[in-house]
Design a protein around this ligand. Sequence first.
Ligand code: GLN
Length: 282
Amino acid sequence: MTSKPSLTCEALLTEASARIGSDSPRLDAELLLSHITGLSRTSFRAWPEREVTESQAEAFERLVAERVAGTPVAYLLGEQAFWSLALKVSAATLIPRPDTECLVETALGLPLPERASVLDLGTGTGAIALALASEHPGWRVTACDAVDEAVALARENAASLGLPVSVVKSSWFSQLETARFDLIVSNPPYIPDNDHHLAEGDVRFEPASALVSGRDGLDDLRLIVEQAPDWLVEGGWLLVEHGFDQAEPVALLFRDRGFANVQGLQDYGGRDRMTLGQWGQS
Ligand code: GLN
């Protein structure tokens, strides 16, 4: 007697987890099965023997095969959770990372005016700008990106979340209208162009324009730190993300440019990941 392959959630998840070669195979499999079936991840634990339909199992298998080939889960789902928001993502932008939520938290802790004017440089999906706008309805938040698809995606995310972020096409400051900001935030590309990390994991599928920045990874950070003072109010803040081994050179860039109160900050994993400085206060 031949029996049908088991289509229980648990059997599908166990089988898929064994094939997915990521850091989090079980989580990846659960996210994909949840996406296909509409069932919550907790329900897989509460009711492991629940069966899915054959067509759901087939659709799940197609996603698992792509995940096994390396495609990031966020691209397969078309969305990524960031802060309290569900953001649409596409292969034209970086997938928002949990580490960058630290940057949001740091920005929210700064002593800023009630109606602060804030700029997110290189916004990608709009993640940082939208998270800030969601916490501070009184802030005037502008986001820019040099890539058309990113501008469109950030606008789409702002519209579907109902958040009043103004998204502008601009390569860094070059196409912005003259304005002064109380806070400029950025998660720019900062990986050195020969870094072996670029050949591993999700970053292989993400756009190089969002990741790579010259030989030492600091080309874009140099430009941002150099030009930011022209766009900051007296006492305004610049807050950037960078690689965990770039804290020293980035702090030096800030100090050389004349920023005061320069501070290195850590991400949730305790790695040196952000630098903050204040313009024109000593
Ligand atoms: N933190 C990302 C990574 O290492 C890079 C993000 C970026 O370059 N802004 O995968």
